[in-house]
Design a protein around this ligand. Structure first.
Ligand code: XMP
Length: 510
């Protein structure tokens, strides 16, 4: 185990991730965590992250000086490096010139930290303060044009400080440096794999749940599916999954989820499918304002889930498929600033009678969750599902939602997805779907005048879903999709391709 101590820097989650990429297990704790607790976990190494404070200021985030005397290797990064120097008798001051961005660095390759690193390499710098004087017994092992101490070490005490950010990909050889620290300096075996995560999680869940009852709202999305299967593996039929089919899922999706998780599937759990399609359509009748639709769908979902939960009675635990970016973006999980509030976390469902929440995927990134999913034997079509919004097709039908429109968009979307897969583009596009506009226009089919709806196709490339570019789908693929949709989907006589980027557009239509 390596412990990452969080001082509120923006790259903290990346540090944890890079450590796991070295096949070493790690967990993130706030700098407020007591030293005793850290000692009790018996870590092989400790990494102090970056952070927004200045360590010489009153009330700045800090750690116990004893942390450096435990005999456990400690690596300080950016603020963590400055804090180490400041705490151990060095000097940190405001730099005359702040350094930001890709920077050339000269490293001393005799340092174990920089073994196999090129003597002259590129690193990512982002700091106002700098290490003006090293703490006693430290030696300088890296330097840049503006930074007299870009890295320092005291190998006798196994203390290492790096001013730049090895966790960021812009630091060309950063992963190697972190590897050197966790594998060579800390001596971590590197035998941690996702199967180890599964085993450890199963063990921890069993201990926690005992013979308690667990309830899970299963959406069929990646996160809730993986969380459910993990729980099923740990406690079998003590777990009940409630899957609400709100009638706004993609074509055949309800049946696909049931096939995997239901009685015919291979998982040991109680599965309840609630076919609430009509309820949702009734509530949505006559409503065309997007936010109102979202709200109705969200509230109705809660009502349906609540009714099912009531039938089940009191449970001990509620499972949520929260993943690390959800936690970070909500500003709940760490010391970093709130980026946006997130739909997956925060408002605890007070409508279910339960004692405690279980969030088994809380420390993982999406691609790691997918790896866990594969490890658990979940079918690939579920594991590699593209994101699908909670309100489902409700936000892909512009204007009023009706059962007929749902059918149109489901059929069009199924054709689109089929052809994208056929063209081998499905893994390369980050999100793609068909939406139904509320525009009707005149067309001609078989000598007859038509007055039908227009389907809009969307496909985007994005890294973080906060900004996105429309993808350049080959024209022949688009033409084929157009022709199939118009021929096969009743009520549609026009197909449009959405070329808007985000911003100013959003990915979804509402
Ligand atoms: P937008 O449309 O905001 O979408 O550009 C960004 C990403 O978020 C997904 N999305 C949602 N997911 N509930 C969800 O669970 C929602 O209400 C919701 N709205 C948007 C969207 O599919 C895209 O991946």
């Amino acid at each position: 185990l390596v412990i990452v101590i969080d001082f509120g820097g923006q790259y903290n989650q990346l540090v944890a991730r890079r450590v796991r990429e070295c096949n070493v297990y790690c967990e993130i704790y706030s700098y407020r965590t007591e030293l005793e607790k850290i000692k009790a976990m018996n870590p092989r190494g400790i990494i102090l992250t970056g952070g927004p404070s200045s360590c010489y200021e009153e009330g700045a985030a800090s750690c116990s000086p004893e942390l450096f005397d435990l005999g456990i290797p400690v690596l300080g990064l950016c603020y963590g490096a400055q804090l180490m120097m400041h705490t151990l008798g060095g000097e940190v001051a405001r730099a005359a010139m702040q350094e930001y961005g890709k920077t050339e660095v000269d490293v001393d390759t005799t340092s174990e930290l920089f073994a196999d690193v090129a003597p002259h390499t590129i690193c990512w710098m982002s700091h106002f303060d700098y290490i003006a004087r090293m703490a006693p017994d430290f030696r300088r092992v890296a330097v840049t044009a503006n930074c007299p101490v870009a890295a320092a070490e005291c190998p006798e005490r196994k203390l290492y400080a790096i001013q730049f950010h090895p966790e960021v990909l812009h630091t060309a050889e950063g992963s190697k440096m972190l590897y050197n620290f966790v594998r060579n300096i800390c001596g971590c075996g590197g035998d941690w794999r996702m199967d180890a995560f599964v085993e450890e999680s199963v063990r921890a869940i069993r201990t926690k749940v005992g013979d308690g009852k667990v309830l899970c709202a299963l959406s069929g999305g990646v996160d809730s599916s993986v969380a459910a299967v993990l729980l099923s593996r740990a406690v079998g039929r003590q777990l009940t999954c409630v899957f609400v089919d709100h009638g706004l899922l993609r074509k055949n999706e309800g049946d696909e989820v049931e096939a995997v998780f239901g009685p015919e599937g291979e998982y040991d759990l109680n599965f309840i499918r609630v076919n609430a399609q009509e309820r949702f359509y009734d509530k949505l009748a006559g409503v065309s304002e997007p936010e109102k639709k979202r709200k109705i769908i969200g509230e109705e979902f809660i009502r349906v889930f609540e009714e099912e939960a009531e039938k089940i009675g009191a449970v001990d635990f509620l499972v949520q498929g929260t993943i690390y970016p959800d936690v970070v973006e909500s500003g709940l999980g760490g010391e970093s600033a709130v980026i946006k509030s997130h739909h997956n976390v925060g408002g605890l469902p007070d409508y279910v009678d339960f004692k405690e929440i279980i969030e088994p995927l809380k420390s993982l990134f999406k691609d790691e969750v997918r790896k866990v999913g594969l490890e658990l034997g979940i079918p690939e079509h579920l594991v590699f599902r593209q994101p699908f919004p909670g309100p489902g097709l409700g936000v892909r039908i512009v204007g009023e939602v009706t059962a007929e429109k749902v059918k149109m968009v489901q059929d069009a979307d199924a054709i689109y997805r089929e052809e994208i897969a056929e063209a081998g583009l499905d893994r390369e596009l980050n999100q793609y779907f068909a939406a139904l506009t509320n525009m009707r226009s005149v067309g001609v089919m078989g000598d007859e005048r038509t007055y039908d709806y227009a389907v809009a196709l969307r496909a985007v490339n994005t890294v973080d879903f906060m900004t996105a570019e429309a993808a350049e789908i080959p024209w022949d693929v688009l033409k084929k999709v157009m022709s199939r949709i118009i021929n096969e989907v009743n009520g549609v006589n026009r197909v449009l391709y959405d070329v808007s980027s985000k911003p100013p557009g959003t990915i979804e239509f509402e």
